[in-house]
Ligand binder design. Sequence first.
Ligand SMILES: [Zn+2]
Length: 344
Amino acid sequence: MPRRQSSGGSKHRRPGRGTSRGPSPDPVCIGIDLGGTKIASGLVDATGHVQKPHLHPTQRDRPASAIISDVIDCLRHCWADDLPRVAAIGIGVAGQVEPDGTVAFAPNLRWHQVPLAREITKFVDCPVRVLNDVRAITYGVWKHGAGKGVDDLVCIFIGTGVGGGIVAQGELRTGANGTAGELGHTTVVAGGRKCHCPNRGCWEAYIGGWAIAERAREAVIADPAAGAGLIAKSGGSIDAIGAQHVDEAYREGDPLAHGIVDETVRYLVDGLVSVVNAIDPKVIVLGGGVMGGLTSFIDEINAGVRARSLPTATRGLRIVPAKLSQYSGVLGAATYAFESIGAS
Ligand SMILES: [Zn+2]
């Protein structure tokens, strides 16, 4: 496949060209975290140190080609002055990524079948690895965070949706089609709430931010007097009630919000019991915006999971809140790229 210079006109050398004399003593990888609101990037060394951290707005209502062009610009920003050291590029994307680096579906970006790895490879000579963003974060947690030193780790990120990543017996699981780890779409209630996927009763349809908001709106409609606090928080519109309003009202002692949060914790435990029984992890890391509001429940969550899981599966199990930065995806994607080429 012919390669061409990136748009923008400025002539640049590409990573992987070996522009220095001899091998670099300190190789780095570039990590990109491509989400619906921002493109985070940085250079990552073998110890997991992120250099040149950089954020760029995604402006997702543009064609994929324009967003990819911005990713190239972020790469260029990263490799300036460090080109000879760049060994590989790792990109985490909030979506389903096929083994060849094609983004099959990214709802936040409204991408369908975008061959991201192939497009980036037109501009660089080093290996490019693309994976789901939560799988990337999981990799970083495994190599440099709370999962360091264990062979069996599950990360679950509860934000608007529910994503996950599985490390089993010392390998990040991607599955036959790259979707392994989509724990949010495992069933917790047979025939239950409609999910955004084809299924009903998914874990995400109960504990995802969008589902918490939906449950809250239903509770308010059923009992407007009890929901007065939530209605006030959303500016008087039931339709505008979001998960963040539930969290705020909960912290202020609102009884209806308390009920919703307690129910959310129960559903969280329900799903975790299945995760523990099915995967038998040593460590479970819980992260994401919704989880940030539930960290005070971590002891209750641990106790609930231990009470209901297979006793053998909980031996030595630790369930902990994530300690992440806005560059955790960058770290994870770059570390994945590093290790996939055997450079670390
Ligand atoms: Zn689902």
